[in-house]
Ligand binder design. Sequence first.
Ligand code: BGC
Length: 756
Amino acid sequence: MSISRTALLGCISLALSLTGAAAAQTPSASPAQRPPAPQQAAPLPWMNTSLDPDTRADLVIHEMTLDEKIQLVHGAGWGVLRAGAPVATGHNGGAGFVPGIPRLHLPDINLADSAYGVRMAAPQSRYATALPSVLGMSASWDPDAAFLFGAVIGRELRAQGYNMSIGGGMDLIREPRNGRNFEYSSEDPILAGTMVGKIAIGVQSNHIMGDIKHYVLNDQETGRNTLDALLDPRSMRETDLLAFQIAITMAHPAGVMCSYNHVNGDYACENDYTLNQVLKRDWGFKGFVLSDWGGTHSTVKAALAGLDMDQPGDDNFFSEPLKQAVLSGAVPQARLDDMVHRIVRSLFASGVIDQPPVRTVVDPFQGRDDAQKIEEESAVLLKNTAGTLPLSASKIRSIAIIGGHADVGVLSGGGSAQVDAPNGNAVEPRPGSSPWGKAIYFPSSPLRYIREQAAPGTKITYDEGTDPAQAAKAAAAAQIAIVFVTQWMTEGQDSATLSLPNQQDALVAAVAAANPSTIVVLENGGPVNMPWSAKTKAILESWYPGIGGGQAIADILFGRVNPSGKLPVTFAASEADLPHPQVTGLTERTGNNADTVTRNQPRQRPQPFTVDYNVEGMAVGYRWFQLKNKQPLFPFGFGLSYTHFAYSNLKVNSEVKSVTFTLRNTGLRKGDEIAQVYVTLPTSAGEPFRKLAAFKRVTLAPGAIQAVEIPLDPLYLSTYSPDANTWSRPFGDFLIEVGGSSASLPLHQILFLAAH
Ligand code: BGC
């Protein structure tokens, strides 16, 4: 990717503010490789790299004492996460730590939250790249972008001395107001599974243990520790579990983190069905299940249900109580050995033991380039009346930029995903870690990059947008108004509504009334409604765009980059159209989306309650809208380009192994199209809606025509039978549709498939 000189200078100033950080990052032995191999007379047999990870693990376990085994299956406590908690020697400053066993050459396990970049870098004087949100990246529908996303995280974890990522969020977006949707990928299991699986592969390509979380049905934050998520087994296997199945069988992550909530009656971390039966037996998962932090609630039940590691480990379930349970026979020795085997084989399989991380200085320039490249593929152009965009610098004399702190930076998502911004929050710079509960902006100013791309002499003003009347005045005085609107979302709380917070709807309405050429740029955690959309000329969805966000936004507005992202989630027109018009269990005190939350503010701990996902069952996201015949504001899979694409000539292979069609760029610019294939199963399947079955991102020069072939996975044409515990392809008429969005599918073919 090319990067302008000025952009580079921006990076350099960014890096200069990190000089201290760089100095503190001189290469040294990482805590993750702390235990050196003891001087042995003979080499340790499990260090023979020609043996497979399972054999190597068995060889080590054979030498381990009971206490050493117990030591490996729980963390060393809250550590840096909780003020005053002891921090173990060898702890690298991340969310989790499991001490190694030096005499056996087993390293410490140092785990770091890393949803869109490595968390908690600043307190260690380190630097971490803030990538776009996971939801944003998923809008690229580009598995290569997902791999790059994971590879950046893996690279920086490694450079910072960690050996395990605890990112990989992929709960399905059933609740569009969920505070953590920015950490998740999609409402569609195939898109989510593919993208999050690729992230894990990217992470693990750096010899870092990967993780996928929060397993499962942790689809809202309200009451996450108490709620019981209800969903019938067939729907679960075909939606939320299918997403995990795709990612886990594709990436073979070291870890799967079980979630806080109950699933059909049992806590997710002591759920025999989801852990033992589905994850380990049916999918053959060989890694280990670790609890979300504080998500373990028992010793024997959890151990027997399939939990392998208790985190952060000071709830005293998998320490002495587990030892006693093993000694008494309540937990068989073989189960403990299985837990340990899963952990140790993952250390070998990932390369953590053979190629341990070595601390180096993170390269902020490379990180920024990568983040920007991903954002350029991920921003979604939602509206563009009369070719308002791209802006033509030579024709514009004045621009009013309004709101969203666009003068200093771009917004990011909060909670345990939060990456520290270089030099602190761009809104009030101060070095150090990002406080929990505050909207953090990264220093990538859209205003600055818009200034760079506008013609010399263009009058560009900035108004902070807090007073709609004043903003309208600024807008009226300019040829074009660009309003930046933000929706800050964070772990621990959901938004009560789909509306933008802080009266920003009124702001946009006032600006659009004052200036007919109003463009809106969104920086948000998930779907929002836009009562003003008809009054504006163009709308660009930039998600949380990461450290390269300001420049990526300007590049798209001025046409250096042709937008190509497509929505990975439906944008409803109103809450009334959702399967759950209100967030279940949310009261005034359990959620809001104001710009700050105090972590310890007294919040009502909700009484146990159920969230009944059987309301929509398999009809999650766009399927619900189809089933209920509701028009969304913007449909799943939708996104505009500065060029146009035409689809023709669909051919479906008679065994439905693949579809082929012709795609043509009918416009004047090079562009990427995300072609989508949807399948409606025969009526007998009882699924009266189309489902995404495959997709492909295709780059075409202006006028170019390409024959596109997309393979179809038979699993996605099948249904799951809980009674038989099998997937099978129904028989009858299959409707195959192809096009550029779930709501625009110009090609279709019906294919009869007989029983087999
Ligand atoms: C979050 C996890 C996170 C863990 C450690 C929990 O509150 O739900 O996603 O990995 O904390 O920070």
